[in-house]
Design a protein around this ligand. Structure first.
Ligand code: SF4
Ligand code: SF4
Length: 370
């Protein structure tokens, strides 16, 4: 068995579903990435704009790097058949239903790097990344043969579908390289048609500024009015373009127990979420990727979803949340009350208008009243 084959066998032993190796030369779609940034499609994700050159040249990240060992883990959750997908419950993207994959995968990747350093016949310099690093990982994954870049911009594997989390080990060691994957989207355009906000502006191009995943996770401030109604009950991320992909029809459920849904991540009740105190948020979402939105981001999204229910039963909880400590939450709660628009909602908004001191919240209250 060659050293490359032993590395791959070890990666599978650690629980990675896919592994491939590619040379650390510039990725083929580097220019497309730069163009995407230049066109403003990254929205407020400033971290993507930084280090554009680094992303295109792995040598900037690890001088002398020769190879990238790219891995993928399947995070597909079982269907939550027992819990109805109704508008009073929040929908959370599958990747965020378990524990934070960054922690889970990074530990495995570091173990893999240690193995390479221990077993190689010379000293090895290396680095590991799980999606936050300055690496165009989908490009490298495609070139390492893990799958192809779908029109919805996620990587697709013929057997596992697109429910894949990627990571990589960079090493200054020459290894045996895999052949790039071939593309199999063909004439299909299902993901483009299914996107509720028309965020897939062309095959292989997502305008993040239109994408619900961006609005509910990445965006720190107010959600633009245009997209609020389109969010429906999606309170963290969106899987619509992946749900309709034919390559996901037979995708197996994850083998990684930490990726399975936790309490509170399978269609949680919206009103209960809106009532989470800061302390309860911290303890409930400890170890979960949901904590990335912080309480104010999650409750902002929950308020929008409650507004989208148009259900008068949500009014008492929303009125209570008009006193939330976070102006971002109060502003979106005001919008939600305006959407439901019964007498109690308008009376509470009128009252809040007298006492509210934050200009952004006042603006939301004024709009909700008109
Ligand atoms: S995640 Fe949702 S909003 Fe974003 S591109 Fe896919 S379907 Fe559209
Ligand atoms: S839905 Fe169709 S076009 Fe979109 S990624 Fe899947 S196969 Fe490709």
């Amino acid at each position: 068995m060659s050293f490359s084959e032993r590395i791959k066998a070890y990666a599978h032993q650690l629980g990675f579903d896919l592994v491939g190796i590619t040379p650390a030369t510039a990725p083929p779609n580097g220019q497309a990435y730069s163009d995407w940034i230049t066109q403003g499609f990254a929205g407020e994700m400033g971290y993507l704009e930084r280090h554009v050159e680094k992303r295109r040249h792995p040598d900037y990240v690890l001088p002398g790097v020769r190879s990238l060992i790219v891995v993928a883990m399947n995070y597909r959750c079982p269907d939550a058949e027992a819990i109805p997908d109704d508008r009073h419950r929040g929908k959370i993207a599958q990747y965020a239903r378990g524990l934070d994959y960054h922690d889970v995968m990074k530990e495995k990747l570091l173990t893999m790097l240690e193995y390479i350093q221990r077993e190689a016949d010379k000293p090895v310099q290396g680095k590991v990344y799980v999606d936050t690093g300055p690496i165009l990982e989908r490009d490298f994954a495609e070139r390492a043969g893990l799958g192809w870049y779908g029109k919805h911009t996620n990587l697709i594997h013929k057997r596992l579908g697109s429910w894949l989390l990627l990571g990589e080990v960079l090493v200054d060691l020459a290894l045996d390289y895999d052949r790039p994957a071939t593309a199999h989207c063909g004439t299909c355009t299902r993901c483009i048609e299914a996107c509720p906000t028309e965020a897939i502006v062309a095959p292989y191009v997502v305008d993040a500024r239109r994408c619900i995943s961006y609005h509910t996770i990445e965006l720190k401030g107010r959600i633009p009015d245009t997209y609020r109604s389109m969010m429906g009950n999606r309170i963290l991320g969106c899987d619509d373009c992946q749900d309709v992909c034919p390559w996901n029809r037979r995708a197996p459920v994850t083998q990684e127990p930490t990726f399975l849904p936790r309490p509170w991540t399978e269609m949680p009740g919206l009103i209960e979420l809106l009532q989470l105190t800061p302390e309860a948020f911290r303890t409930t979402f400890k170890g979960s990727p949901i904590k990335r939105t912080k309480r104010r981001g999650l409750l902002r999204n929950v308020a929008v979803a409650l507004g989208n229910t148009k259900d008068p039963n949500a009014v008492p909880a929303l009125i209570e949340a008009l006193d939330d400590e976070e102006p971002l939450v109060r502003g979106h709660v005001a919008w939600a009350l305006g959407q439901i628009g019964d007498d109690r909602a308008f009376a509470a908004l009128e009252q809040a208008r007298q006492t509210e001191i934050d200009p952004n919240v006042l603006d939301e209250i004024e709009k909700a009243l008109h």
